[in-house]
Design a protein around this ligand. Structure first.
Ligand code: SF4
Ligand code: SF4
Length: 162
């Protein structure tokens, strides 16, 4: 008496193949409809409308009045993408200062976002809380050089999101 023949697995050689190759499933086709061609464009436009995701870092904003031009952020930036221009003024004695003193006046604060790593070190090291994250993300530019944003733009991001 012979043993019963085991069933042939579908993947085994000799298993029935679809008669029409057009009907055969494409092994490269995404199983998730969201990955289908065109879905990424639709998803991207939806994300644009919805704004950045929660916990997104956004962009670096500046409070110019709080900045003392101490240069700490520029020195600590690992990418050297912070540019600060300032000048000094001498202030006369007043009720709280008995002697003349010098103060830095900020002329220009700029960040080259084509180089920025968004690491947040500049924000961490600022002793005067003059830098903070703002949830702006839509600031494209046609050229890398146009990705340098200076005092006015950084201050606008701060005013809009502080
Ligand atoms: S986030 Fe990092 S790389 Fe960008 S400006 Fe600040 S310190 Fe520099
Ligand atoms: S942003 Fe902060 S760390 Fe940078 S120069 Fe101004 S005060 Fe100094």
């Amino acid at each position: 008496m012979s043993a019963p023949t085991p069933p042939v697995p579908a993947e085994a050689p000799g298993a029935a193949a679809p008669s029409d190759p057009v009907e055969a499933p494409d092994p490269a086709a995404p199983s998730d409809p969201a990955e289908a061609p065109g879905a990424s464009v639709a998803a991207a436009s939806g994300e644009r409308a919805a704004g950045p995701p929660a916990r997104s870092r956004g962009v670096i904003a500046l409070v110019p009045e709080a900045c003392t031009s101490c240069m700490l952020c520029a020195r600590e930036c690992p990418d050297w993408c912070i540019h600060i221009e300032a000048h000094q003024v001498t202030l006369p004695p007043d009720e709280t200062h008995r002697r003349p003193r010098t103060e830095n006046v900020l002329d220009r604060f700029a960040i080259d976002f084509s180089l920025c790593l968004y690491c947040g070190i500049c924000i961490e090291v600022c002793p005067f809380d003059a830098l903070h994250w703002a949830p702006a993300y839509d600031y494209p530019a046609a050229a890398l050089t146009d990705l340098t944003h200076a005092t006015d733009r950084l201050a606008t991001w701060s005013r809009d999101h502080r």
